[in-house]
Write a protein that binds this ligand. Structure first.
Ligand code: SAM
Length: 447
């Protein structure tokens, strides 16, 4: 592992930070990055093998070695999410802000793909809270929806729209998370490409794009709501200077969230603006600040009355909703949010995909097997080879006494859905999710 940082970058680091801090940071950037994952505690209480705990996230672990995650059915079943440890501080921020509010909240994750922070926030929400995850880049929106489906909380809707279209809605959200696209200095160890793309010009470009994203979307935050701005870069142009810009031009005040860091590992160059450094908190670079909005200039745009098709109500606390010619399963305590169906820009995923009815027969989507709640569908136990074959979307020649729709159960996890027929299991794993290569099954968990 060879890491050669540009001289200009080094100079900018030493200009920004006190000498010792810059030196420690620079040194830490020469070492190898760690691998970490966050477990889905609604699906498992297991601890991965050869791992140790992430101090600031009690569901997360550092792994001593990076395994081939694609070979682990638990990975595909949303039992854990491979996430850089310092970005888990954002989950902690959410948890803290959530504790300040008593009513249910509607939260926007504005720059959400591939979904690390989205799935973390969704895990920490209360039953009637709704998370809207947005990714403007069209080629990245599907991986976001896939990760949301696999995580299985059923409390997240997915959009693909420019931040401005959210701003145009008026004050709708209690919290907005803006994990802005940035120059990625904090990812240099993980992504050597970020080093080659680094330049002062690119920093200026990123900074003005970030200002545009925040200004364009600002109006969708309610008065008194929280705007959580974050980047994974170290320079002040994209961080503290942009936070100043937000406060000066948009009107807000910084929120003290130091309670989330009792051992004081975060570093503040400016008060109430937090930096996670690899030499202080094991992981990559992250910056965040929380801004509370003072005023709310314009009114919420009312949507035109639309007929929303609710198919059946109150089946195990869920309702089926017809949206964009698909059937979705949403928890009944989300029915209060249905007016958003025709308000949210670029909305294409609502709760949990329920599947299609084809020639009078139900063809379920595996998302229903990956939900964190118990299912009443029959289970068919499968072994390692069958699990890998299932993920490759192959027919499984396993006869079962159960006929019709069954859940594929591997180890202690539901990993998908099949249609059990006379001579075996017809695979219903989505084409877009299939594993293309042959892997020998392996899991991060002890068995
Ligand atoms: N929050 C994500 C997570 O935790 O997995 C990572 C988000 S990444 C730092 C920033 C995201 O912003 C990318 O997915 C990128 O495609 C998106 N993006 C790029 N240009 C954008 C723009 N102009 N407005 C909003 N988002 C943009």
């Amino acid at each position: 592992f060879l890491f050669k940082m540009k001289e200009e970058f080094k100079t900018s680091l030493f200009k920004t930070l006190p000498h010792q801090e810059a030196n420690d940071l620079y040194e830490s950037l020469q070492s190898n990055p760690t691998t970490s994952l966050r477990t889905n505690t609604k699906k498992t209480k297991l601890t991965p093998l050869n791992s140790h705990k992430v101090a600031h996230c009690n569901s997360a672990f550092y792994l001593n070695e990076r395994p081939v995650f694609t070979a682990d059915p638990a990975f595909h079943a949303g039992v854990y999410y491979v996430q850089e440890a310092n970005s888990m501080w954002i989950g902690r921020v959410f948890e803290y802000l959530r504790s300040l509010i008593t009513e249910s909240v509607v939260v926007l994750d504005l720059c959400a793909a591939p979904g690390g922070k989205t799935t973390h926030i969704s895990s920490l929400m209360q039953a009637s809270d709704l998370l809207v995850a947005n990714e403007v880049i069209s080629s990245r929106k599907n991986i976001l929806a896939e990760n949301v489906s696999k995580w299985g909380d059923g409390n997240t809707w997915v959009c693909s729209a420019d931040p401005m279209r959210f701003g145009n809605l008026g004050p709708l959200f209690d919290m907005v998370f803006c994990d802005a696209p940035c120059s990625g200095e904090g990812m240099f160890r993980k992504d050597p490409n970020a080093q080659y793309e680094w330049s002062l010009e690119n920093i200026a470009l990123c900074s003005s794009r970030q200002q545009r994203i925040v200004s364009d979307s600002w109006n969708c935050l309610k008065e008194g709501g929280y705007f959580v701005y974050s980047t994974c870069t170290f320079n002040t142009e994209e961080n503290e200077e942009n936070v100043n810009f937000i406060i000066d031009s948009l009107g807000g005040e910084l929120v003290d969230v130091s309670k989330i860091d009792p051992s004081g590992v975060l570093y503040c160059l400016k008060k109430y603006q937090y930096r996670c450094f690899p030499h202080r908190s094991t992981g990559e670079g992250l910056f965040f600040a929380v801004i509370r909005k003072n005023s709310s200039p314009s009114k919420l745009i009312k949507n035109k009355a639309q007929r929303i098709e609710i198919k059946k109500s109150d089946i195990n606390g869920f309702s089926y909703v017809g949206f964009r010619s698909k059937n979705w399963l949403i928890p009944n305590n989300h029915l209060q949010h249905l007016n958003l169906l025709y308000l949210l820009p670029g909305l294409f995923h609502v709760g949990t995909l329920f599947g299609d009815v084809f020639k009078g027969k139900w063809k379920p989507h595996p998302a229903i097997a990956l939900l964190v709640i118990e299912s009443s569908l029959p289970l068919v136990e499968i072994n390692d080879q069958e699990a890998m074959a299932y993920l490759r979307r192959e027919f499984i020649p396993k006869k079962s006494t159960q006929h019709g729709v069954v859940i594929m159960r591997w180890f202690e996890f539901n990993i998908g859905i099949s249609n059990s027929i006379n001579n075996g299991l017809n695979n219903l794993w989505p084409m877009e999710w299939r594993v293309r290569n042959q892997f020998l099954c392996n899991t991060v968990f002890p068995r």
